[in-house]
Design a protein around this ligand. Sequence first.
Ligand code: 9UX
Length: 72
Amino acid sequence: STRVCRIRIIGMACTSCSSDVESVLKVIPGVQRARVALATEEAEVQCDYNLLSCNDILQAIYDTGFEAIIIN
Ligand code: 9UX
């Protein structure tokens, strides 16, 4: 089944990093759609819940060096 995870990302200051995070999320197996908005500090990630959970997305964001929390 498909889920949309909404995640607040803390500490992004420019589009260089928001684009990097978005690119990282997009290539994770099971991620169907990913959008990182710098202005709202939010990521919206649609994923196949059979393959991964919102916590996996959170972990992938941590791995890019940013703090993040699930907001939905
Ligand atoms: Mo932009 Mo990323 O100032 O560490 S390069 S947020």
